[in-house]
Design a protein around this ligand. Structure first.
Ligand code: URA
Length: 434
């Protein structure tokens, strides 16, 4: 078998066999195929796509390039919730305790943030002394005890994805739907779960800019799930404004805790309730998603979900008193208020711009090496559809280092598109694909 023939077949739209796909990927993993050949294959895939059959083999071979995590000693219905990356996305903070309180468990791998999007690891690491599980055994232990287990991605989980993603980045093939689908799903398939629920973000600041692109990514990931015999559900959710009100790390933890106390922003509530209801349906507890809502209300109103969060924080080495005293979390020293430049309705909030405005004051990473300031962040006080007057307070920037704060303020002002056109409140859940 010759790699050049495989590339040629892909270039000409001829379906590859399982053996050809496995040969290509395994040879690349072993360093026997040079980057220029793999780059050429990726570009051919960018234009020619993959059939579902090819995609399943491609993804399973990627998954098998590293460790596969199973939990033989974890006796709970396991939910793996994954977001394709958003701004202000603190869904995991709120949903993991809710799922546990509903009798399920989360045992998942989480990522760090890069660029304008945040990462779950960073948010929890803003809590003093908080330690993520570092081994499968720790993860099982804490998930058994509290119903919540989070671990960072190690280099041994799908190493081939790391190698291929780095190459895609420099040969302009990141935005390829089959390559994104296999990259995400190879990592989801590497860890045991009963249901995988993917929150695919759509809009400004998201990988998928349009609903059609998002739908097609969703369908490809569901096809991979079918091929791998796994239950995959997808929520398409709006990223044409940040999720909730806070963008940062400690400040997003606070918003997540407030949600568990019943104080929700409408959009965050919609995403969390929808995903939790999908999990309940997958487990067979309910038949229709609406039946999940009162069950979730119950674990919030009774304080059960908040109690799980406290236990999880305690088991992770940190002080559960943060739940009642936010001054135990990192605090920014300064606040800069941002006022509307004109009157009208908020038509749009450029999400990527807000994410970058938070990044430049230290809430996010410009490069993998950037050091975060966990205390800082941006609070948006006005959401899309709301009316504002010129000079009205629309956002607050919490900062320590003043170097970039003016820059950040200008980015926030630029992100707020205020005009006279008026707008219906944006829908948060754009579609659900089961
Ligand atoms: N997230 C991933 O893990 N991979 C991609 O290719 C895109 C988003």
């Amino acid at each position: 078998m010759r790699v050049v023939d495989i590339i040629q077949n892909k270039r000409d739209g001829i379906k590859l066999t399982d053996e050809e796909i496995k040969f290509l990927l395994n040879s690349y993993k072993d360093g026997k195929v040079p980057d220029y050949q793999m780059a050429s294959f990726l570009m051919a895939t960018y234009f020619q796509d993959m059939t579902d059959e090819e995609l399943v083999t491609f993804t399973m071979t990627m998954r098998d390039s590293g460790d596969i995590i199973t939990f033989p000693d974890l006796d709970k219905f396991l939910v793996d919730k994954h977001s394709t990356g958003g701004v202000g996305d603190k869904v995991t903070v709120a949903i993991a305790p809710i799922l546990s309180a509903l009798g399920m468990a989360t045992a998942k791998l989480s990522g760090k943030g890069l660029g304008h999007t945040g990462g779950t690891i960073d948010k929890f690491e803003s809590i003093k002394n908080f330690k993520f599980s570092s081994t499968k055994e720790d993860l099982t232990k804490i998930a058994n005890k509290t119903g919540v287990g989070l671990m960072g991605y190690s280099d041994n989980i799908v190493p081939l994805d790391k190698k291929i993603y780095a190459l895609r980045d420099v040969v302009a093939t990141v935005p390829s739907i089959p390559l994104i689908a296999s990259s995400i799903m190879s990592k989801k398939l590497a860890i045991q779960s009963n249901v995988i629920i993917l929150d695919v973000k759509v809009g400004d600041g998201a990988f998928m800019k349009t609903i059609d692109e998002a739908r097609s990514l969703a369908n490809r990931m569901i096809a991979i799930g079918k091929g791998a015999n796994r239950d995959v559900k997808v929520v398409l959710s709006n990223m044409d404004e940040p999720l909730g009100y806070n963008i940062g790390n400690a400040t997003e933890i606070i918003e997540g805790i407030e949600a568990l106390k019943g104080n929700w922003s409408e959009d965050l509530k919609e995403v969390v309730y929808t995903i939790a209801s999908l999990a309940l349906k997958s487990k067979g507890v309910i038949k229709n998603l609406e039946e999940g809502y009162p069950l979730i209300d119950e674990v919030i109103n009774s304080g059960k979900a908040l109690q799980v969060f406290k236990e999880f924080i305690k088991e992770s080495g940190a002080d559960p008193a943060i739940v009642d005293d936010y001054t135990l979390l990192p605090q920014a020293k300064n606040t800069l208020e941002v006022y509307a430049l004109n009157s009208g309705h908020i038509h749009r909030i450029k999400t990527e711009e807000i994410g970058k405005a938070a990044m430049v004051i230290g809430a996010g990473r410009e490069t993998k090496e950037s050091v975060l300031d966990y205390a800082v962040g941006i609070e948006i006080l006005k959401k899309v559809g709301e009316k504002v007057e010129k000079g009205e307070l629309i956002a607050k920037i919490f900062y320590n280092d003043p170097t970039n704060v003016e820059n950040s303020k200008n980015m926030v002002l630029d992100a707020y598109v205020i005009d006279d056109k008026g707008i219906d409140k944006v829908k948060t859940i754009l579609d659900i694909i089961e």
